[in-house]
Design a protein around this ligand. Sequence first.
Ligand SMILES: [Ca+2]
Ligand SMILES: [Ca+2]
Length: 213
Amino acid sequence: MASGCFDNLRLSTRVLNHLFTDSVQEDDKQSLYNFSEELSTLTWRTGFSKDEIRKLYRAFKQFCPRGCATTGDLKPAYAKLFPLGDPTRYTQIVFHSFDKDGDGFVSFSDLLDATASIVNGTVDQKLSWIFGFYDLDGDGCNTKREMLVIISAIYEMVQDARTIRPAVNIQVDKFFQKMDADRDGIVTREEFMSGCKNDTIINNQLSLFNKIW
Ligand SMILES: [Ca+2]
Ligand SMILES: [Ca+2]
């Protein structure tokens, strides 16, 4: 599970990558720079260059011409990556992690901030983003129930949902053995951060996310 918990993040970056790069057509001129924020502000906030932001924005507008994404927009990307499984639940979890204000829509700015945390963030920012991804109810703790939901959703993308329960339970137990330092059945942000930083495999994997293109 050391790596399993990061397969999540790798999946997310693969999908972001897919969303952003597969749909870019360089001859598309219509969607440039209709940002609500100044490009220089976005550059400062995200660490992406102006050209990178323009490229991401063009892709986003092609993918979501209305200017915001819904779960319906995200699902086809996952279905393409995982044609044999059911990506519905995982898609909802990913969407929830991007949709910070919970209104059912993800704006370009939301997606850009998430991408920036994963791609350009420090180790702490990357780990914090992953922790938030797992913390489904946003109460600052990861419970076994939350991990069950997330790991089940991952398995459902590649296997028949009826056969996955034993494997899911094993992965959840491994996660808690590794991360729940005080054995109280809850993984706090601090436990998660130090558990990940003390794991060589996880540390190596984090550096794989430094590039989106
Ligand atoms: Ca929680
Ligand atoms: Ca604990």
